[in-house]
Design a protein around this ligand. Structure first.
Ligand SMILES: Nc1nc2c(c(=O)[nH]1)N[C@H]1C(S)=C(S)[C@@H](COP(=O)(O)O)O[C@H]1N2
Ligand SMILES: [Mo]
Length: 326
């Protein structure tokens, strides 16, 4: 690639805006007596961070939450405070740094049409609210490990991806599921950065897509999904680096060709298809041995498969020659 692209997303943790900056700003506002206005998500404040849930009047699915908790998925650490996981985000459609939560309020989440196409019995399109009527929502506590070496632990609400696969009825030739984010520069100014390969794309093998852990999240913290976290539906694959968990999906395509994802297109030597978490395989430019927990700044050792080996490791037994961990 000839264009020299500055990718903030790839910055080393030490170079990235420390989340303590956001923290300090909030404390300053509180001291000024603006704390409650800020909590309501006032976007006009000079550095207001909107961490309130999506306003119910614009989200007809608000009444579906909270969903019943599935106790099978437990955490080895405290849950990340919502104010951190909803103000420190990666969503290039809204900018290259982590402070995009205000900008992301431009995302229009209704109407929201989802297309299912490719190698399926019958291609279909449906509105998000129709899809939500066909699935059973539940809450799961999952860890999330970004390839940049920060992590969080959040309560997602949503449904198993395998339930969507069952709805789609893929034909026997389908080997992969490719997922695509919306493309509309008028509501996502980041998509005017023409040197990025929009729309954002990600993919899984059919075996991965139907693994128990693969989850479509439609909400978090007991309410519908905040825009900055990928409303109205995003992927959660907690054993893989965070860039696999594609946000604001509009299309699920079943195919026999391995999808080439957004980050792989930009830099295949650093971001591959599999992207399974492994502390022993460093990123070419930094170690993956430990992670910074969002919120307090504490570091913890990173676990193989991000701690989810019992669910997923066996899928890769016959793939040892592949580059599974980048
Ligand atoms: N469409 C889209 N999906 C995306 C991204 C993005 O830039 N665009 N960033 C990914 C990365 S690198 C991470 S770590 C997670 C961040 O999710 P969060 O903001 O909810 O923490 O979203 C992933 N999904
Ligand atoms: Mo990430």
């Amino acid at each position: 690639m000839l264009i020299k692209v500055k990718r903030g997303w790839e910055m080393r943790e030490s170079e990235a805006t420390p989340e303590s900056v956001f923290h300090d700003r909030r404390d300053v506002l509180k001291a000024m007596g603006l704390g409650t206005i800020l909590a309501a998500g006032a976007g006009s404040l000079p550095f207001g961070q909107a961490f309130a849930a999506t306003a119910p009047e614009t989200d007809p699915s608000a009444g579906l939450y909270p969903a019943k908790k599935n106790d099978k998925y437990t955490l080895d650490r405290p849950m990340t405070d919502e104010k951190f996981s909803t103000t420190y985000n990666n969503f290039y459609e809204y900018g290259e740094d982590k402070g995009i939560s205000d900008a992301a309020q431009k995302l229009k989440i209704r109407p929201w049409t989802i297309e299912i196409d490719g190698m399926v019995e019958k291609p279909m399109t449906m509105g998000i609210d129709d899809l939500l009527k066909k699935v059973q929502l539940e809450e799961r506590l999952y860890r999330h490990r970004c390839v940049e070496a920060w992590s969080m632990a959040v309560p997602w609400s949503g449904f198993p991806l395998k339930d969507l696969v069952a709805l789609a009825k893929p034909t026997s030739g389908a080997k992969y599921l490719q997922m695509t984010t919306f493309k509309d520069p008028s509501m996502a100014p980041g998509q005017k950065m023409f040197w990025y390969p929009w729309p954002y794309i990600e993919g899984l093998t059919m075996e991965e897509a139907t693994n128990d852990l693969a989850f479509i999240a439609t909400g978090m913290y007991g309410h519908s999904m905040p825009k900055q976290n990928g409303a109205p539906l995003r992927l959660a694959t907690p054993w893989k680096y965070g860039f696999k968990s594609i946000k604001s999906i509009v299309k699920f395509s079943f195919t026999d060709k391995r999808p080439v994802s957004y980050w792989e297109k930009l830099n295949a030597s650093e971001y591959g298809f599999w992207a399974n978490v492994n502390p022993e395989v460093p990123h070419p430019r930094w170690s993956q041995a430990s992670e910074r927990i969002l919120g307090g700044g504490e570091r913890k050792p990173t676990l193989p498969w991000n701690g989810y080996g019992e669910y997923v490791a066996s899928m890769y037994d016959n793939l040892k020659s592949e580059r599974l961990f980048a």
